[in-house]
Ligand binder design. Structure first.
Ligand SMILES: Nc1nc2c(c(=O)[nH]1)N[C@H]1C(S)=C(S)[C@@H](COP(=O)(O)O)O[C@H]1N2
Ligand SMILES: [Mo]
Length: 198
């Protein structure tokens, strides 16, 4: 590993925050593969299902009762925009997975409306992912995934499923919606993993 001393201890310069091939935008574009689903908070649930079929379920009031975090993160979309310093509120997946017994290595995330996306379970742990329900101090807008979306900012934004409904834990990896359509199975913006083969 090469260590480069910058002789500088302030904010990272913008170029350092911008993954290869990305540009910065101040907008918050909306990208959805289908219509925004109507979701009733009275029947909303977030369900984690393990490889044995055991299911852990949270209603909306139960989610609201959990300890939350307020991460500030940079977003990177595979369509090449990046947005720096976005403010969210949500429940860490570490909290939701704490009492879930599993030997699975993979997660298939599913959303109201049918969208799916897959990632290694490891990438949901250790402070890397949230079920986010507030953005910029307000309830998360429906077009951005409200009432709640997955937020997993170290991967391209297609992994951050809007209108999240649950996560199935799998022993074997199973590609989701965009991954089946040719997008990279992992999607690390810093390695520019946009498509299969990148
Ligand atoms: N349920 C669902 N989640 C989704 C998508 C979608 O079509 N449906 N699009 C993904 C893609 S490709 C991107 S870039 C981001 C866009 O999030 P935004 O609309 O809040 O910018 O949501 C991701 N999550
Ligand atoms: Mo995207």
């Amino acid at each position: 590993m090469t260590v480069i001393s910058r002789g500088f201890h302030g904010r990272r310069p913008v170029d350092d925050k911008l993954p290869p091939g990305q540009y910065e935008t101040r907008d918050f574009p909306v990208l959805s593969a289908g219509p925004t689903p109507r979701i009733d908070l009275d029947t909303w649930s977030f369900d984690i299902k393990t490889e044995t079929g055991a299911t852990h379920s949270w209603s909306w009031p139960q989610l609201m009762d959990l300890p939350f975090e307020m991460p500030m993160v940079d977003l990177h979309c595979v369509t090449k925009w990046s947005k720096f310093g976005t403010h969210w509120q949500g429940v860490s997946l570490d909290v939701l997975l704490a009492d879930v017994e599993t030997t699975a290595d993979y997660a298939l995330v599913h959303a109201y409306g049918g969208y799916t996306t897959n990632l290694p379970l490891h990438d949901l742990l250790d402070g890397q992912a949230w079920i986010a329900y507030r953005y910029d101090g307000e309830a998360l807008a429906p077009q951005h995934g409200g009432p709640a979306r997955l937020l997993v900012p170290h991967l391209y934004l297609w992994k951050s499923a809007k209108w999240v409904h649950g996560i199935d834990l799998k022993v074997q990896d199973e590609p989701g919606f965009w991954e089946t359509a040719g997008y990279n199975n992992y999607g690390d913006p810093w390695r520019e993993q946009r498509y299969w083969g990148d």
